[in-house]
Design a protein around this ligand. Structure first.
Ligand code: ADP
Ligand code: MG
Length: 283
């Protein structure tokens, strides 16, 4: 290291600040005087003084890492399980979701598939599990199936497909949201298949879909490809069954009821669901 500060004449605080900066210990630099005062007050010895500083540096470093992971995950919004009302969706196995939030399945490179109609909290749950993974220091990438296929096609056209595939293969948890709303072209299907099958036993993948498995062929277009994909995806899988009424619709109706009675023209939730066939996007 080439010190630019005169080692002999500079006051120790200046030298210390310089060394701590080049050693990348910003919390040490910021806190050492305050912690020294505390340690004098508490009659803590030198090892304890150093230990306190190290702990503060670690906490701060973990926090910065987590923030970096959350930014890299590209979550469209922040959702956590704290704000998820499990009572609103009795079909969902709460114990399983809480277990998944501990992230051991990510360590084991397993998969998770959330299935159910629109508005039942699939994206919310996926975002919350993604956030939990970031908090446990796993790398995460959140993407919708349509956006992912679009990105893959674009990368292929621009001759940077290998690079993108590499990135998608090495992330600890890949979340593919909204599989089923948009059918893919044959090339799109192949590209998505390749990404998901490369991750088989190499990384954890979470997929959300409004379609039951037997309708996935309508998205991928090919029975052979869908079969091969499901075979890999469901080998080590946790299924989240999210069959219920749309939470959005239920809450907006609750609000409407609070404002006064539901307007006679306003349809109730079951009428809307049956009109949608329970499987179309409301996003
Ligand atoms: P889906 O992805 O299944 O279509 P979302 O997760 O997008 O549904 O949920 C729609 C909206 O309703 C979101 O704002 C989400 O936070 C909220 N929501 C859905 N289910 C719940 C729930 N059980 N508790 C709290 N909020 C919920
Ligand atoms: Mg969704």
């Amino acid at each position: 290291m080439s010190a630019t500060i005169d080692d002999v004449t500079a006051p120790p605080q200046v030298l210390l600040a310089h060394h701590l900066k080049s050693l990348k210990l910003p919390t040490f630099a910021r806190e050492y005087e305050k912690v020294a005062t505390e340690c004098t007050r508490d009659q803590a010895d030198y090892p304890r003084y150093l230990l306190r500083l190290c702990e503060l540096e670690r906490i701060e470093r973990d926090r910065r890492n987590m923030e970096r992971r959350i930014r890299a995950a590209k979550f469209p919004q922040t959702k956590s399980l704290d704000t998820f009302d499990f009572k609103a969706i009795p079909s969902l196995n709460k114990a399983l979701v809480l277990e998944l939030a501990r992230c051991e399945w990510i360590e084991r490179r397993e998969n998770c598939i959330a299935l159910g109609p629109a508005g039942t909290g699939k994206t919310h749950t996926a975002l919350a599990l993604g956030l939990a993974a970031c908090q446990k220091n796993y790398s995460v990438l959140f993407v919708t199936a349509a956006a992912l296929v679009h990105e893959l096609m674009e990368a292929r056209d621009e001759r940077r497909l290998r690079l993108l595939q590499k990135h998608l293969a090495k992330v600890d948890l890949l979340i593919v949201d909204e599989l089923g709303y948009v059918p893919f072209t044959a090339v799109g299907s192949e590209l998505l298949f390749e990404v998901l099958s490369r991750r088989y036993e190499q990384g954890a993948t979470l997929v959300t879909s409004n379609l039951p498995f037997d309708e996935w062929t309508s998205v991928f277009g090919s029975e052979r490809l869908t079969g091969a994909l499901l075979d890999r995806l469901t080998h080590h899988v946790h299924i989240l069954e999210m069959n219920g009424d749309s939470y959005r619709l239920a809450t907006s109706q609750k609000r409407a009821r609070k404002r006064g009675a539901l307007a006679p023209s306003e349809p109730n939730i079951h009428e809307v669901e049956s009109a949608k066939g329970g499987a179309t996007s409301e996003d």
